[in-house]
Design a protein around this ligand. Sequence first.
Ligand code: CTP
Length: 477
Amino acid sequence: MNLSEHIKDPLFILLSEAAEEMDVRCCLVGGYVRDIFLMVSSQDIDIVTVGKGIELAELVAAKLGKSTRVNVFKNFGTAQLRYGDFELEFVGARRESYQRESRKPIVEDGSLEDDLRRRDFTINAMAVSLNKADYGELIDPFDGRNDLRKKILRTPCDPDLTFSDDPLRMMRALRFATTLQFNIDSATFEAIRRNKERISIVSAERIIDEIQKMMMAERPSKGFQLMDRSGLLDIILPELAALKGVETKDGKGHKDNFLHTLAVLDKVAAQSDNIYLRWAALLHDIAKPLCKRWDDKLGWTFHNHNFLGEKKIPGIFRRLKLPMNEHMKYVQKLVGLHMRPIALVEEEVSDSAVRRLLFDAGDDIEDLMILCEADITSKNPLKVQRFLENFQLVRRKMIDLEERDRIRNMQPPVSGEEIMDTFNLPPGKLVGEIKNSIKDAILDGLIPNEYGAARDFMLQKGRELGLEPHEQEGSSS
Ligand code: CTP
């Protein structure tokens, strides 16, 4: 099969000429070739040469112009350069043997086929010649093309060897299966189960990279199902594994919170590309196992699992090497608030409760509503319909109240300084109490969100607390 139609960019012609000058076998390899068949455009170009990889990179850089810099990694026999949007990586074909407890390869020169055999999956072990004599010819010794057609992930050599060479590949298998919607060949999957403990030698940064890619799939749940079935979930995210299972007492069972969580995750993913909203969906019930109680009257309860969940987020983020910044705070906030709209719907949709929700959620209110709507996974269609209709009511009220009272990003109209100045108070609890009472009065609809009304309310509150407004400086002397 000839793919020269797909490698027409002048960059490839230049690569071909450089290889000709050096008389070196040179091929495109890996993801770029796979993506030609998947009809996905890619900027990452991996080049494999038989010997002289670094020298070829240097010659290509010279041809591209003086400003092109080559980064050489002598230990690995690789070189990288950037050209426009393209990221090129050159590697000499190798017959790799790995040290058992580290990812650092001992490089040994090999043939093109040796090199392809030691790659992760057959779909990533295809090459396309850049040499003049057979420019564009597909080299596919492990039938990757066929596996692509059948949507199968399979290792080119003994999977135990492939995964012990680089255990990150276990996560790559699950990630590709999730994002490409491929199946994992059974021998390959069995090897993942056997080698799962080896994931411990891989850095958290590289693991989370794969999970983040999984998270952005159309249906991320598949990745977590596969992590569960392979045993990797217990090692990487035991908190999520702990959500599995149903306990029954007196004939009453609770739902399987793992399956529920995955259903919520997929529903959120269908609504939003915000990766941290997806994380909030994945972690929204994470504290349920810790809060599970049996109550003779109520049955199974999970009181306060939202607040405890909020507290657990930083520890999970830290361990997984997710960012400890405003993204984490956002996930915490959504997990903490995720019961609020539902409680609101179950009770009565009062203006005051809607204003409070708007105030607490601020600009994240829409994301919170997406999460809460997704959280309704009941099998009873009447119940679902009732919830969704009530959510519509909540949404309408939110729009009305926000228009009228501008609650979402409300700064109380009277500041702490003004309270201190008015009553001649030092900073302290009392100031906070007055300020909060103004906020509450606005949220409860007792006064409008306006300066004059808020100042009057402050003076009245002060009187109730036995405080007198003090004379402004200068007015009494
Ligand atoms: N590769 C491998 N084992 C790994 C990582 C990479 O064998 N742990 C090989 C595969 O042949 C892969 C190529 O190196 O196709 C390039 O790797 P990389 O750029 O990391 O991945 P891609 O396959 O291009 O896909 P993605 O960019 O989606 O990760």
